[in-house]
Design a protein around this ligand. Structure first.
Ligand code: DGL
Length: 276
């Protein structure tokens, strides 16, 4: 018999839908409750203290909904606040996106030179470098914050000259560093995969953390006998909670999830603030 309880996935906004998409692709039987803190996005330029508080509030909201696994889909929360979450969440497994991405890159890098791109907070935290070097201290890790990528995706400017120029601006130095893997350390970046690959060339392998966190979730559910038994056909969120409904919400959400979006429930940000 399977465990039909949902997986809780949260992010600072809509970007974590790229993680939900990979979970559905890999495990079409699983149900997901998604929480996007769209009222307070971005987290990537906030202080460590705020990111920890927001992350824990998001987690608490989902924990009240009888979930079997909690995924911090946000790279910024995973980088700055994962151990803080782990201290407070004892009953179910908690996973972030940093370790799965770091493990994947470490196993694939032959040159032992890995690039990481993400928000300012993610790169400042050194989270990917710490994870990679705890697996292999001989690997050189080069981080680069790319703060314009999130607003470009949110504006729907995915296949555009301005995006290609921004990608070029941030990444031209990376190419000369001899890296052979580049971790897309932010929820929104998989959407820019084509532009990024175009800028860095095919010699550099892009590592999509979303894909690897879905694989990790699958392993944990199997190991704890908590996988769902049925097949829901995938790509339907059981619940889709947001703290604000922004005007271009729907096209952005659909592009990130790669599917139509279900009923949206708006919750007041004050509800989250009560949680911690
Ligand atoms: N979800 C964030 C991340 O993956 C990107 C958006 C933000 O800055 O909150 O780091």
């Amino acid at each position: 018999m399977g465990d039909e309880r949902p997986i809780g996935v949260f992010d600072s906004g809509l970007g974590g839908l790229t993680v939900a998409k990979e979970i559905f692709r890999l495990m079409p039987g699983e149900r997901i409750i998604y929480l996007g803190d769209t009222a307070r996005v971005p987290y990537g330029n906030k202080s460590e203290e705020a990111i920890k508080r927001f992350g824990l509030q998001d987690a608490r909201m989902l924990l009240d909904m009888d979930i079997k696994l909690l995924i911090a889909a946000c790279n910024t929360v995973s980088s700055v606040a994962l151990s803080h979450l782990e201290q407070h969440v004892k009953d179910i497994p908690v996973i972030g996106v940093v370790w799965p991405g770091a493990r994947a890159a470490t196993s694939k890098s032959v040159e032992k030179r890995i690039g990481v791109i993400g928000t300012a907070a993610t790169i400042r935290s050194g989270s990917y470098a710490k994870a990679i070097n705890s697996i292999d201290p001989n690997i050189k890790v080069y981080g680069k914050p790319c703060p314009l990528f999130v607003p470009l995706v949110e504006e729907g400017l995915i296949d555009s000259d301005i995006t290609r120029a921004a990608v070029q601006h941030y990444l031209y130095e990376m190419v000369d560093l001899g890296i052979d893997c580049l971790i897309l350390g932010c929820t929104h970046y998989p959407i820019l995969m084509e532009a990024i690959q175009g800028a860095v060339g095919n010699r550099i392998q892009l590592i999509d953390s979303a894909l690897w966190v879905a694989k990790e979730a699958q392993n944990i559910l199997k190991a704890t006998n908590a996988a769902a038994a049925g097949d829901t056909g995938g790509f339907t969120l059981s619940r889709f909670l947001v703290t604000d409904l922004t005007p271009n919400f729907e096209p952005v959400a659909e592009a990130l999830l790669g599917a139509g979006i279900p009923n949206i429930e708006k919750i007041a940000v004050e509800e989250l603030e009560k949680k911690f």
